[in-house]
Ligand binder design. Structure first.
Ligand code: DAS
Length: 243
């Protein structure tokens, strides 16, 4: 594990073009950092992001590709979510932590505290980490986002993301949402803005965000100035500077 990492670091250090590695076949991890987080690649020229997976529809599964209700939430693991979006590895080195795999109706206070504690420990306190992504069920996503906004003690982006269609649906929104979430978490322009919800091309303040519709993909909205920006072709554009 470390030998591959050393190889990649040495490769980068001598100034070759940055290696992009897709270690899909037998060994999904190429690098373990000092906190014990396993990364699916380590490209020295890219920022590092940790994805905390908690479950929800983004990790949901159904026997029907057209079912957007009645599926099992929290059925698919974090590595499968990452594997579905190899484009993530052009943006960031990602480490995945499976913190739970439940529908968000089963997110407890203990689980919330665990999320905040781990994000503070593994992301805020680690100078090599750019930001955090939390994959989450949408039903209480805004409550978790608000909680993390209040309890994560650093200016690094904390992005909460979910999906309205399970991973098995035609045009599942989870993979693109996850790519956008990692992109914002890795972006310096996202610093010092508190926690944010990134879904359906929108970047929304955790303080203001609300789920407005039980079924549609454009459900997360905000009043007043809570709509912070949007992504176009996976590039984040913020409407205002951070304050
Ligand atoms: N039951 C929902 C949840 O986990 C499904 C979803 O993610 O939208 O919140």
């Amino acid at each position: 594990m470390f030998s591959k990492a050393s190889f990649l670091c040495a490769f980068a250090a001598v100034g070759y073009a940055s290696p992009i590695v897709y270690p899909r076949a037998d060994d999904p991890f190429v690098f373990t950092n000092s906190n014990g987080l396993n990364f699916t690649q380590m490209n020295a020229s890219l920022p590092n992001v940790t994805i905390f997976a908690t479950g929800g529809t983004i990790a949901g599964s159904s026997s029907s590709s057209t079912a957007t209700t009645g599926y099992t939430a929290g059925a698919v693991g974090i590595l499968t979510l990452i594997d579905a979006v190899p484009e993530i590895l052009n943006i960031s080195n990602v480490a995945g932590i499976q913190i739970s795999n439940v529908g968000s109706e089963d997110v407890t206070s203990a689980l919330l505290l665990k999320m905040a504690k781990q994000i503070n420990e593994y992301v805020c306190n680690d100078p090599t980490m750019a930001g955090a992504v939390v994959t989450h069920g949408t039903d209480v996503l805004e409550e978790t986002a608000f909680f993390l906004d209040a309890t994560v003690n650093c200016g690094k982006p904390v992005i909460i993301v979910g999906a309205m269609r399970p991973s098995t649906a035609i045009s599942a929104d989870g993979p693109f949402n996850l790519l956008e979430a990692v992109t914002v978490a890795a972006s310096p322009s996202a610093r010092d803005r508190g926690a944010m919800v990134v879904m359906n091309d929108r970047i929304v303040s955790a303080y203001y965000v609300t789920k407005t519709n039980a079924n549609t993909m454009d459900t997360f909205k905000a009043v007043e100035m809570g709509n912070l920006g949007e992504l176009i072709s996976n590039t984040p554009y913020f409407f205002y500077p951070p304050i």
